[in-house]
Design a protein around this ligand. Structure first.
Ligand code: FAD
Length: 327
């Protein structure tokens, strides 16, 4: 029987566990739960309880007859087909699938948004004492996080964004919502010398590849993410699949976001089960950006709207995703 190694309990692997995979399957992931990032700012804002935003990967694995190893892969030798964990355990495989996401490139004085479990623990401990906070990174994650912190902690929040992240119309709409939430937007890079001004610095900027991917022998793009074909297979080692943030489609690269990670999921599950499905990235994506209170901005194909109705829409979509995995 083929030894199948699933590395990481992200969006795509949660789906794979639900769908089932033939073979002798092992999942390696550091935590028994997967936190759904789309709902994390809502958790920070106080709209969700912990159990509403996470998927019980350990139980999904048990139901699927998949062996669960709680740990982190520290190295992968694609030539020898062996993964080594941080405690030294070596796991050989015939087929592997990587869904390990990306990491926030945060300096050590800042609280990185990832791993989400660590972030949530630290946030719960800090939220009642924080009076001033900086959020670094002006993409959707940073914008949502800044407004969520301002809403929940009643803190003075400054958002640092050193480059434009949205087209002009959407950027203006976001700027208005930031101002309405009392978030001070500064279009400059955050410098270490500023850290003394804040009780908490939250880092959401820069999705970086896990360093061992580049060293694995798998073909990677210039940022160190695994290059895959349209079946989500490594272009250099076809027995290795990759999905979500850790993968870059060689012929159709697209942004790294949960929206795409979710779309990879059914294709990965089918192909691990022996199908030859192709993944074609959607040309337009719907972005729903939470604005602190139960209010959101919706953006689709270059047009945007806002309102409490957009929050309800986002809430419905997000809850439906998590509930798919409720046992
Ligand atoms: C605050 C925040 C809010 C966001 N909100 C949105 C949003 O609203 N919409 C959206 O589209 N995107 C959002 N994103 C982006 C989104 O989080 C990512 O694009 C998405 O999580 C990628 O999914 P994934 O399955 O590839 O990886 P992840 O969801 O990061 O899952 C990776 C899994 O791999 C595990 N893992 C990590 N390293 C190892 C290792 N060495 N060995 C084994 N397992 C490992 C992790 O524990 C985790 O279980 C947000 C990001 C942040 C930071």
């Amino acid at each position: 029987m083929k030894r199948v190694l699933l590395v990481g309990g992200g969006h795509a692997h949660a789906w794979v566990l639900r769908a089932g995979v033939p073979g002798e399957v092992t999942l390696v992931t550091p935590y028994p739960h997967h936190v759904y990032s789309g709902m994390l700012p809502g958790f920070v804002a106080g709209h969700y309880k912990l159990d509403e935003i996470r998927i019980d990967v350990a139980t999904l694995a048990a139901r699927a007859g998949v062996k669960l190893v709680l740990g982190s892969v520290a190295a992968l030798d694609a030539k020898r087909r062996i993964a080594r964990l941080d405690d030294g355990l070596e796991l050989p495989y015939d087929r592997a699938s990587l869904d390990v996401g990306s990491q926030a490139a945060a300096p050590d004085y800042a609280l990185a948004a990832k791993p989400f479990e660590h972030f949530m623990e630290q946030w719960l401990e800090a939220k009642d004492r924080v009076r001033t906070a900086a959020v670094v990174g002006g993409g959707a994650a940073g914008v949502e996080m800044a407004m969520a912190v301002a809403h929940r902690a009643n803190a003075r929040v400054t958002l640092y964004s050193d480059r434009p992240m949205f087209r002009a119309g959407l950027a203006r709409r976001i700027a208005r919502q930031l101002a309405r939430n009392g978030v001070d937007l500064r279009s400059v890079a955050f410098a270490e010398s500023m850290r003394g001004e804040y009780d908490l610095v939250i880092w959401t900027a820069g999705a970086a590849a896990l360093p061992w991917l580049r060293e694995s022998g798998l073909a990677t793009d210039e940022r160190g993410f695994v290059l895959v074909d349209d079946r989500l297979r490594s272009v250099s080692h076809p027995e290795v699949y990759a999905a979500g943030d850790c993968a870059t489609l060689r012929d159709a690269p697209h942004p790294k976001s949960g929206v795409f990670a979710v779309r990879h999921a059914p294709v990965l599950a089918a192909n691990l089960a022996g199908a030859q499905q192709r993944y074609v990235p959607q040309r337009r994506t719907l972005a729903l950006i939470g604005c602190g209170e139960r209010f959101a901005i919706a953006d689709w194909g270059g047009v945007s709207w806002e309102g409490a109705w957009a929050w309800r829409w986002k809430d419905r979509i997000d809850r439906r995703w998590v509930e798919r995995f409720t046992l």
